[in-house]
Each structure stands twice: as structure tokens, then as C-alpha cells.
Design a binder for this molecule. Structure first.
Ligand code: GAP
Length: 459
């Protein structure tokens, strides 16, 4: 696993290839397309929903099923406005912006070097003859809304910009009802909203996105140990799910990058097509959040250890990941093009656990009882693992379609099946085919799904 930047600065798949595949195969569409689209907003199609569900399912598995020190929560998107005062988001969650009075565009002051003015020929903002830039002003990234029928300042609220605060404000409830004591974690998956100025790179940075965050509460003197623990665990999660280790790195934040709440943060970065970029942050938030919410709410947010008689505010380690960013990384890492028998084959080499469909059941031709037999096989599999039945078009085309969706196994019912009760099992990655009995097929595939898997693209 790389701890340093490698010489490579670009991954092999281009973003255009990935966007085209996602559209072509029904993973992700630009939102509101029939109205011309809204910038940087996407809708997930059938296979996108299944893939994202698997990403979230694997996160829950690693947080809940495989551990006994974490509990789940699902907090509201609209919370008391004071939450965001206490958290520091009202005062400090902003980017410095400059406006151009001529073209009316707004730019992040710290990104001006890479921005383009709205007028032709394209120039950097401020370099065109008519550009008139304002001084930099702070622009808060939270989406504001009104709650209830009266639109005044008392009804003003925000869409949450992170899921984390919904966990802190429930600390006391969880402590009382979940029978936990530090060290323990509270995990949540849910939508967050940020009025990002610079969006882009497909689903990498959008204004509406989903986060997977876990706040791990521990005794203050154990914080560093747990920070190390969670950095290693989270790196392992990505590599266990097939991301090639050479495409990941762990980068500690410099002092000037740290958020207001953090004493130490490391980002897991992935080699996206636009270069290494943040996939997940793992922060040591200290006692900042519980102390702030105690101050603003007047509630005591601390832990009393009845054994030792000690009372303390736990420190918090936070692995904070994005569902959309992780999904993009899994797709980019899996995307592959190869030549097979003189023809190009595009294939998503997804970890079988993430693949939207695990097995495709295909009659070789749509006659001679094959579709009926294939339907029977499909019915016997679909309740056990994600399956798809497809009988339209040539078998070659159907294989190619499943390859692009990332389906790890294909089961073909042919003329001999009626005689030998066997099918041909095709492997997406090796293209190996073997004749296997229908009896025990589901068990065979479930056993394969449980096997360790490494990307065939791994170095
Ligand atoms: N609670 C800490 C927190 O929210 P963050 O680094 O701002 O930290 C955590 O966000 C993760 O959420 C990021 O690593 C990224 O995966 C995802 N994320 C943040 N902003 C995003 C955006 N505008 N679009 C897509 N994903 C985003």
C-alpha cells in the first residue's frame, strides 16, 4: 500500500469513458435532462442504485456486522438552526469568493488561477479587458430554507452540510439507550447538501451527495491509538473491495489545511482520472463537537465511568466517506478495455460483492425449450443472489452487455442442458468457461462470492 505519491498522475480510465459507460448502461444520468439539465446534479439508474446499495451495504457490514462496538443512527436532514451555530458551520463553513461585475460569474478566490472568465476568448478572471472583479468575500456553503408557512428569521433553517452533527446531538440518547460505553461508535449514512461553488468531475463533487460517517467516542488518552486504527481499517476496506493499493494513498493534512474542529486529519486519496483527490477524511475531532453542543444546548454531554468514578468528555475519531465518491472510485478502478478475438471488450472488473448483478442467466437461443429451462434456473437463483435473465439478441452481445455492467458470472443454457442438466458457467475476468451441474449452482456461486478477490488489473 502506497504511503507516498507515485510518479503516475493519471489513472488509466478517462472520465469521459466512465461517464459514457455510466449513461450507456444505465448507472448514472445527468439530472433533469429533458429540461436541459441542472449543473452537477445526477440521477442514479437501475444499476447505479444497485451498485450504490452494495457500497453502502459493505460499509454497514464493516461498521456493524463485523464489530460489536458501533451502533447505527439515522438523523434528520433539517435540524435546529443552533446545531449549525454550535458546530461552527454558520460562522466558518465558507469559501472566499470574488464576483465579476461584467460577466456576473462568481469564482473561488483560491481557485482563480485555474478558472475561466465568462467572456470569449477565454481568459483567466481578471485578465480580460472588461473584467471587473470584486474583493474576496466569504460565501457560506450551507443551503438555507424556511420551515413552516411564515417566512421570517425565526423559521430559517439549513439542509445539513454533513451527517456528523446528527450523531453528536444524539450522543446522550445513544449513551442512555444503546448500553454502550467509550470506546464506541455511532454510524450514519445519509444525504448532505453544500452549495459548492466549484463542482464537477462527474459525481466527484456535487451539491447534493451522500455521506457515510462514523463518530468513534473514546477516552481522551486513547484518541491517537484509535486514529491510527481507523486509518488502517478504512484503507483496508477499499483494498478488500478490490481497489488496487497502488492507486490509494494516505495523506496527512498540513497545519494550514486542518478544519476548525480537527487536531489531525489524514485523507485517503484515490488516483481519479483528474489526479489524486480526496476519497475520505479521517479526523481527530478531539472534544470540540460535544463541548460546543454542551455549551449551546445547556445539556451535559459527557461520560461518567461508574467503575472509576471518572467523568470526562470523550474525544472523537471520525472516518468520513462519500458514497458517490467511493462509487466513482470503484467504477474507475474497475473500468478496463481489452482485445478479445480481434474485438474490443469493455469490462467493469468490479469486486463481485459490489457488482450490481452477480449472475446473468442466458438461454443460448430463444427456442428449443431453452428459454423455459433458463427461466427455471433463473427462478432458483434470484432469491439467493442478485440475478438477471436476458434472452434478447446474440449471445455475444448479451455477454458484452453483462461485462459492461460488471456481472462476474454468466450461466448459459444450451441444447445439451436438456440431456445433462448442466450449464456453461462463464467467468467475466478470465473468460474461462466450465460445464457445471444445475444442482448446487446457487451454492457454488455463493461460495465464489465469499472467496477473497483481487483485481486482475493489480500490479
Ligand atoms: N464530517 C466531516 C466531513 O464532512 P468532508 O471532508 O467535508 O468531512 C467527507 O466530507 C467526505 O464526504 C469527503 O471525503 C467526500 O467523500 C464526501 N464529500 C464531501 N463533499 C462532497 C461533495 N460536494 N460531493 C461529493 N462528495 C462529497
Amino acid at each position: 500500500m502506497s504511503e507516498e505519491r507515485t510518479d503516475r498522475e493519471r489513472s488509466e480510465a478517462s472520465l469521459e469513458d466512465v461517464v459514457a459507460l455510466c449513461k450507456r448502461r444505465g448507472f448514472i444520468f445527468p439530472s433533469s435532462e429533458i429540461y436541459g439539465g441542472v449543473g452537477s446534479t445526477y440521477d442514479y439508474g437501475h444499476y447505479g442504485v444497485l451498485l450504490r446499495n452494495n457500497v453502502k451495504g459493505e460499509w454497514w457490514r464493516s461498521m456493524l456486522t463485523e464489530r460489536d462496538d458501533i451502533v447505527a443512527i439515522d438523523s434528520a436532514i433539517i435540524q435546529h438552526p443552533k446545531v449549525w451555530e454550535a458546530s461552527g458551520h454558520v460562522g466558518g463553513f465558507s469559501d472566499p469568493m470574488v464576483d465579476c461585475k461584467t460577466c456576473k460569474l462568481r469564482f473561488r478566490a483560491d481557485h482563480i488561477e485555474s478558472a475561466q472568465c465568462g467572456r470569449k476568448p477565454s481568459k483567466r478572471p481578471g485578465e480580460g479587458p472588461d473584467c471587473e472583479l470584486t474583493e474576496a468575500r466569504e460565501f457560506n456553503l450551507m443551503f438555507r430554507t424556511q420551515v413552516g408557512p411564515v417566512a421570517d428569521s425565526s423559521s430559517e433553517a439549513y439542509l445539513r452540510p454533513e451527517t456528523a452533527q446528527g450523531i453528536f446531538i444524539n450522543f446522550k440518547n445513544v449513551l442512555q439507550f444503546a448500553r454502550v460505553k467509550p470506546p464506541f461508535g455511532i454510524a450514519q449514512i445519509g444525504k448532505s447538501f453544500r452549495n459548492e461553488i466549484t463542482t464537477g468531475n462527474f459525481i466527484f463533487r456535487t451539491r447534493e451527495f451522500e455521506q457515510m460517517e462514523m463518530e468513534f467516542f473514546c477516552p481522551p488518552d486513547e484518541a491517537e491509538k484509535w486514529h491510527e486504527h481507523w486509518m488502517a481499517e478504512r484503507m483496508r476496506w477499499y483494498t478488500d473491495l478490490g481497489i488496487r493499493p497502488e492507486n490509494l494513498l494516505l495523506r496527512p493534512h498540513g497545519a494550514d489545511e486542518l478544519s476548525h474542529y480537527s487536531s489531525a486529519t489524514s485523507d485517503i486519496e484515490y488516483l481519479f482520472p483528474m489526479g489524486y483527490s480526496e476519497l475520505e477524511g479521517i479526523a481527530n475531532r478531539g472534544d470540540f463537537d460535544l463541548t460546543q453542543h454542551a455549551k449551546f444546548s445547556g445539556e451535559k454531554l459527557e461520560y461518567f465511568d461508574q467503575g472509576t468514578g471518572e467523568r470526562y468528555v470523550p474525544h472523537v475519531i471520525e472516518p468520513a466517506a462519500g458514497v458517490d465518491r467511493a462509487t466513482l472510485a470503484f467504477i474507475v478502478d474497475a473500468y478496463d478495455v481489452e482485445e478479445v478475438e480481434g474485438r474490443q471488450r469493455t469490462v467493469l472488473r468490479l469486486h463481485p460483492k459490489l457488482a450490481p448483478v452477480k449472475v446473468a442467466v442466458l438461454p443460448l437461443v430463444s427456442k428449443e425449450g431453452m428459454p423455459e429451462r433458463a427461466r427455471e434456473v433463473f427462478d432458483s437463483l434470484r432469491r439467493r443472489l442478485g440475478s438477471e435473465y436476458d434472452e434478447g439478441g446474440s449471445i455475444g452481445k448479451r455477454y458484452r452487455r453483462q461485462d459492461e455492467i460488471g456481472t462476474p458470472w454468466g450461466v448459459t443454457i444450451d441444447g445439451e442442458t436438456a440431456d445433462d442438466d448442466c450449464v456453461t458457467l462463464r467467468d467475466r475476468d478470465s473468460l474461462a468457461q466450465e460445464r457445471v451441474p444445475i444442482e448446487g449452482l446457487a451454492e457454488r456461486l455463493l461460495a465464489k462470492l465469499d472467496e477473497e478477490w483481487t483485481s486482475p488489473k493489480a500490479e
